[in-house]
Design a protein around this ligand. Structure first.
Ligand SMILES: Cc1ncc(COP(=O)(O)O)c(C=O)c1O
Length: 422
């Protein structure tokens, strides 16, 4: 149906004020955070310890350490897996930066693998070609909440004696073959950042079932010491250490949110399903897939514009941005999450890590090539996607998904009102 787009002066598809912010805050949150505030200790203490136990129980892990970010938990994964200077770690070409910069943090060398365009995750069929005698670990990222095919990843890891660090920062509650992410590799990292399914403001969680790996991770976590602040500390630095501990206020908030997490995840799934139903038949959209055996958590419902079907041979990224602006003008809360592929980022192109060429010029390191042309699927994705997050989260219900879909549909059905960039 022909309609005047809001960006051209027509009426909005989604009324102002429709989308409510994430996360909902209720009495449970207020009570737990204020109780923590009234206590004397605001650094790592009993709320942090309780959060570790409760999260490990919720996810089905033997051990957990709470951190001040998901990035910290990923870095701890590197040390838990015995990665050292110059070792290679296989990573995905498209994700959040810290899925890869965590490798640099430990003076190791990232080796990128292109994504599978359909799932947006690391192309598991390309991992084995990236393995060299220097490879120590693989970091599969369950991007946007869709689990990676961990059966294939673990088979490659077992064959080559590699360790697997799951980046589950976006994927709380997602499952592969019925098992929760974070229980499938040797260790895993979750984020508790504002936008994540479990919010503590900021924060993270390192999980593993291996107590030896836990001890190694713990040494990096708290100044290189081996004891937590609740134990009898000797203040001795046993290993290279950072300060990656979580704090009581964030942990109290995350504990409160954890009591509601299953409900929030179920609502997100139902809303995503409704969005998917409403987007059926919208022209020139590529909808996300959920391969058999995968249980998506729908952290980010990512759609792509089919540039070929749209007949657009010019700057895909510029056209995507135009479509995005038109959708935003309709009031649809759509975003571009990550517009750059990782190997194209300056830190990798300039090979500028710790300075003086490290880690790439380390005597233990091999030569790696980060020419962006090696990652065409990641580039195509980066140039053509937009994502829907907040509209699918509580307290927003299916009616918000319906309105968001209406805004998206309106733009795609009237796309000839937008001029295509060269
Ligand atoms: C896939 C992925 N990995 C890692 C991180 C890092 O988590 P944090 O922001 O808690 O450090 C994020 C956060 O945005 C992420 O999306």
């Amino acid at each position: 149906m022909k309609e005047k787009l809001a960006i051209k002066g027509g009426p909005r598809a989604v009324p102002e004020g429709t989308v409510k912010p994430w996360p909902p805050v209720d009495e449970v949150d207020r009570k737990m955070v204020l109780a923590s505030l009234e206590e004397d200790c605001h650094t790592f203490a009993h709320n942090c310890e309780a959060l570790q136990e409760e999260f490990a129980a919720w996810n089905g892990n033997k051990c957990a350490i709470t951190t001040n970010s998901g990035t910290a938990a990923l870095h701890m994964g590197l040390v838990a897996c015995d990665c050292g200077a110059g070792d290679e770690v296989i990573v995905t070409a498209y994700s959040w930066s810290s899925s890869v910069t965590c490798v640099l943090h430990h003076n190791c060398v990232p080796v990128f693998v292109d994504i599978d365009f359909d799932t947006m995750n690391m192309d598991v069929d390309r991992i084995e070609a990236a393995v060299t005698p220097r490879t120590k670990a693989i970091i599969p990222v369950h991007l946007h909440g869709l689990p990676v095919d961990m059966e294939k990843v673990m088979a490659i890891a077992d064959k080559h004696g590699l360790k697997v660090i799951e980046d589950a920062c976006q994927a709380h509650g997602a499952r592969f073959q019925g098992k929760k992410v974070g229980t499938l590799g040797h260790c895993a990292a979750f984020s508790l950042n504002q936008n994540k399914c479990l919010c503590g403001g900021e924060g993270g969680m390192f999980v593993t079932d291996d107590e030896e790996m836990l001890e190694k991770a713990k040494s990096l976590w708290s100044f290189g010491e081996t004891r937590t602040p609740l134990e009898d500390r000797d203040y001795h630095v046993y290993a290279l250490g950072w300060m990656y501990r979580n704090n009581e206020l964030s942990a109290a908030f995350a504990r409160a949110q954890l009591t509601k997490l299953d409900r929030y995840l179920a609502a997100m799934k139902a809303n995503a399903q409704r969005l998917g139903e409403c987007l059926q038949g919208v022209p020139n959209l590529i909808l996300p897939t959920e391969p058999e055996g995968c249980d998506h958590n729908w952290y980010n419902y990512t759609i792509r514009f089919d540039m070929e079907a749209l007949g657009h041979a010019g700057d895909a990224c510029a056209f995507r941005d135009k479509i995005l602006e038109a959708m935003k003008a309709e009031g649809a809360d759509v975003i571009v999450w990550q517009r750059y592929i990782l190997p194209a980022m300056t830190v990798f192109q300039a090979k500028n890590g710790y300075g003086k060429g490290c880690p790439w010029d380390c005597p233990h390191a091999g030569r790696v090539d980060y020419s962006p042309e090696q990652y065409p699927a990641a580039q195509k994705h980066a140039d053509s996607h937009v994502g829907i997050g907040t509209p699918l989260r509580s307290p927003n219900g299916p009616e918000v998904a319906e309105l968001t879909a209406a805004g998206i549909r309106k733009v795609m059905e009237n796309i000839d009102e937008l001029e295509q960039p060269a």
